[in-house]
Design a protein around this ligand. Structure first.
Ligand SMILES: CC(C)(COP(=O)(O)OP(=O)(O)OC[C@H]1O[C@@H](n2cnc3c(N)ncnc32)[C@H](O)[C@@H]1OP(=O)(O)O)[C@@H](O)C(=O)NCCC(=O)NCCS
Length: 183
């Protein structure tokens, strides 16, 4: 849930909250660390300036898009960005991307971020969450399956990752309507 602490499997706590412009440096550092691994994400380094990052965070005001961060030990250890379609015909769909620092993986941080994203999506009336993942990214595919995402289709040999052609797998989860009355 956004704005709450979650106990991780290794005993540490994670605090999931909306990003603020002051997180731009930490987010850029995280994007660079994950990008330098070269096998999980399309971007191999942050391509935006800090000002552009701040502007993106500020624009993600929780209506059409949201930028979540998960703090562990006072440091931004995970990020998730979610933006809904900009047209009447696709505004019920939101596309997401996410990453966690290597040292914070496998302990439930990705699950916490994704659950918070689902909660936000429902609260603003988004009905479908979608994403693209490399077919070689087993940890991510498993996380998405665990959270109810199903494969919708694939772009064959769309990416070359570590010298091998891999598919771009589109996955999605249809959300039931929010009947809790929360906004
Ligand atoms: C994908 C990613 C966000 C998952 O986050 P995470 O915090 O490690 O995930 P969790 O600890 O919440 O694990 C959730 C599930 O994912 C699967 N999983 C996690 N790590 C895994 C691994 N190394 N191998 C296989 N499955 C794994 C498991 O099914 C796990 O469920 P379980 O704990 O009940 O067994 C994280 O690995 C990451 O940031 N990777 C690099 C960036 C990236 O790939 N981003 C996504 C691009 S589409």
């Amino acid at each position: 849930m956004v704005g709450t602490s979650v106990r991780l499997k290794d005993g540490r706590s994670a605090f999931v909250r909306r990003a603020v412009p002051g997180d731009a440096e930490s987010i850029t550092e995280l994007v660079n660390i994950v990008g330098s691994e070269r096998r999980w994400t399309l971007r191999e380094r942050a391509t935006w300036t800090l000002d552009q990052e701040r502007a993106t965070i500020a624009a993600a005001d929780g209506t059409r898009s949201v930028f979540l961060v998960a703090e562990v030990d006072g440091r931004v250890a995970g990020i998730l960005y979610l933006a809904r379609g900009q047209w009447p015909k696709n505004e019920h769909v939101a596309e997401l991307s996410m990453s966690c620092l290597p040292a914070a993986r496998g302990v439930g941080l990705g699950t916490a971020l994704l659950e918070a994203a689902v909660q936000w999506a429902r609260s603003v009336g988004v009905r479908k969450l979608s994403l693209e993942v490399f077919s070689s990214n087993e940890p991510a595919v498993r996380l998405y399956r665990k959270l109810g995402f199903l494969e919708e289709g694939r772009l064959r040999r769309e990416f070359e990752v570590e010298g091998k052609f891999v598919d771009g797998v589109w996955m999605a989860r249809w959300l039931e309507a929010d009947t809790s009355g929360n906004d």
